[in-house]
Design a protein around this ligand. Structure first.
Ligand code: SF4
Ligand code: SF4
Length: 224
């Protein structure tokens, strides 16, 4: 059944598909759906190459369209699982729900990492094997039993490109481990404030993308 779902999602246009057991990681409200399907769509290299010095209007549009597409695919996933007798809930591709507006109901990165799709870079972005950080994600939580094989360590090595490129110094430069808190890796509030202040004319200051654009993983499809 999951193989059929995977094929269906690939036919829809999904580039990255993974499954994982997220028991212990989901908040109480989702305790009855402790397994995850991760859906990812890669961002266009033609768009990303122009973001190296800052976001562009076309990047914002692309980012928003990719998120809407992911939300539609996640809904199709929920419908498919429902028709096979399983409960499922789609976590939106891009919706912040905490008071600081820096996190959603559940971390796509956690599910993607536990699926074995990649690791979290010094940028705090999820770095996939095939497309580096040039990927947007959505997650479907379900009670259909699933498993995955997580990636335990950072593969950034000595690279500090994202840290040096960040215009506001929000990237701390630490190597991620599965025990890292986000604050150990990136100052999300500083990043958000910088975007609001400097890029208000592009997507009302909600995107930047420099750290994703400069990462060697994903650039020219370098894989690790
Ligand atoms: S999105 Fe921009 S401001 Fe935020 S951490 Fe990345 S480079 Fe820095
Ligand atoms: S730019 Fe370098 S340090 Fe930053 S996430 Fe990519 S590989 Fe890691």
């Amino acid at each position: 059944m999951m193989n059929t779902l995977r094929k269906m999602m690939v036919r829809e246009g999904i580039d990255v598909f993974g499954t994982s057991d997220v028991t212990g990681y989901v908040p109480d409200q989702f305790a009855s759906t402790p397994y995850a399907v991760t859906l990812g769509v890669r961002l266009s290299d033609a768009v990303m190459q122009d973001v190296v010095h800052g976001p562009t209007k076309i990047y914002f549009h692309h980012y928003r369209t990719a998120n809407a597409f992911l939300d539609m695919c996640a809904l199709k996933c929920v419908i498919y699982l429902g028709r096979h007798g399983y409960n499922a809930v789609a976590i939106p591709a891009s919706q912040t729900t905490n008071s600081a507006a820096t996190a959603g109901d559940f971390s796509h990165k956690t599910a993607a990492n536990l699926s074995g799709l990649g690791f979290i870079g010094k940028s705090g972005l999820f770095v996939t094997e095939q497309y580096g950080p040039r990927v947007r994600f959505a997650t479907v939580l379900t009670d259909h039993k699933l498993h995955g094989k997580g990636i335990q360590t950072s593969r950034c090595g000595d690279c500090t490109l994202c840290m040096r490129a960040c215009p506001c110094g929000a990237i701390i430069g630490s190597h991620w481990t599965q025990n890292s808190a986000r604050d150990d890796i990136v100052d999300a509030a500083l990043c958000r404030e910088h975007m609001k202040e400097k890029y208000a004319m592009i997507g009302r200051g909600a995107v930047c993308g420099i750290c994703a654009a400069v990462c060697p993983y994903g650039k020219s499809r370098n894989s690790y």
